[in-house]
Design a protein around this ligand. Structure first.
Ligand code: NAI
Ligand code: MG
Length: 348
């Protein structure tokens, strides 16, 4: 199994280095690593944020572990040369249409949530967000109306195949967890959502063991704060998922804790922390590596068929936290390396 390591820029290389140590400590003979430049680091070396060698490695690899990109030195560049184009390019080139974001509060971090501890402690869910369609990819533009006003427009659309494939990811994710799926839409107003709901209901026939419910997105936003414990798996479109997944992640504590997966139809995936390259703390050893380490656990589970190794990593992270390991974002003083050490100690 080949793992492409794409550290990127900013804190990316720091958090990937700790994650690589954790993966190597598992001593799985079948894992091999190859590293390539991406984002600001690639631009500085080659003049392009996603060089052909990097894309080639990503295509050859069985899974991709991505750090972060967003070097502010590149802020003045044209849009297609900016570091963020690398992650968008990888998602598009590899057909990564399903974004999975688990949000779970480690009990030790109950006071880090934006919610009251007794509410936050119930959070344990996965948001499955469609990533290749919706209003982001429909026809868009600016025009002038007959009476001379400027008008912007973005067309929202989904076809039934796009909905079916993401619905299946939602049902499969629910099957592997608590067998509850909540589909979030705005079917009372949007035709796109009516199709979404119809196709999700059709797909449910393939998964008789999953309890399916539907919720309007405005209500879902409220319920995520009021009673997040009611959710097991949420499946939703690109726009609603963008907003709800950020909301759910803040309910669950620090941005430095949360992993994500972006999958194609063959369970090949790109795994990355939800945070960016954090230029404000880059190079200072202050970054929390746990989001990336937990992303590696997701990679082992979803793409590499190593569920036991994934469990081991997740248990080691929980144990490190229980032992008091805290980086500055969690109110402590441990460096990135020391957080890695704490996980390694718990692993062995
Ligand atoms: P950010 O996530 O990089 O940072 C937001 C805040 O959280 C900062 O104060 C940062 O210090 C802190 N933070 C983030 N990760 C942390 C960690 N692991 N440990 C401790 N503290 C952490 O978001 P921001 O500042 O909006 O964006 C910075 C750059 O990253 C931008 O260029 C943005 O475009 C890019 N970005 C890249 C992403 C990616 O590579 N997938 C995702 C989000 C943003
Ligand atoms: Mg977002």
């Amino acid at each position: 199994m080949l793992i492409a390591l794409l550290p990127g820029d900013g804190i990316g290389p720091e958090v990937i280095a700790e994650t690589r140590r954790v993966l190597e400590a598992l001593s799985l003979d079948s894992l091999h690593f190859e590293e390539a430049l991406v984002g600001g680091a690639a631009y500085k070396a080659t003049g392009h944020p996603l060089p052909p060698e990097t894309l080639d490695l990503a295509r050859r690899a069985d899974a991709i572990l991505f750090g972060a990109v967003g070097d502010p030195d590149c802020d003045a560049l044209e849009r297609h040369l900016r570091p963020e184009q690398a992650i968008l390019g990888l998602r598009k080139e590899l057909g990564l249409f399903a974004n999975l974001r688990p949000a779970k509060l480690f009990p030790e971090l109950a006071d880090a949530s934006a919610l009251r501890p007794e509410v936050a402690s119930q959070i344990d869910m996965v948001i499955v967000r469609e990533l290749n369609g919706d209003v982001y990819f429909g026809e868009k533009g600016m025009r002038t109306t007959a009476d001379g006003k400027r008008e912007g427009y973005d067309i929202m659309s989904y076809d039934e195949d796009e909905v079916r494939r993401i619905a299946r990811v939602g049902f499969e994710t629910a099957m592997a967890r608590g067998k509850k799926l909540c589909s979030v839409d705005k079917a009372n107003v949007l035709e796109t959502s009516q199709l979404w709901r119809d196709v999700v209901i059709e797909t449910a026939q393939e998964y008789p063991d999953v309890a399916l419910s539907h919720m309007y997105v405005d209500n879902a936003a409220m319920q995520l704060v009021r009673n997040p414990g009611q959710f097991d798996v949420i499946v939703t479109g690109n726009l609603f998922g963008d907003i709800l997944s950020d909301q759910a992640s803040m309910c669950a504590g620090s941005i430095g804790m949360l992993p994500s997966a972006s999958l194609d139809s063959a369970q090949k995936g790109l795994y990355e922390p939800i945070h960016g390259s954090a230029p404000d703390i880059a190079g200072q050893g202050k970054a929390n590596p746990l989001a990336t380490i937990l992303s590696a656990a997701m990679m082992l589970r979803y793409s590499l068929n190593h569920a036991t190794a994934a469990d081991r990593i997740e248990r080691a992270v929980a144990m490190a936290l229980a032992n008091g390991a805290r980086s500055p974002d969690l109110g402590g003083t441990l460096s990135t390396r020391e957080m890695g050490d704490a996980v390694l100690a718990a692993l062995t």
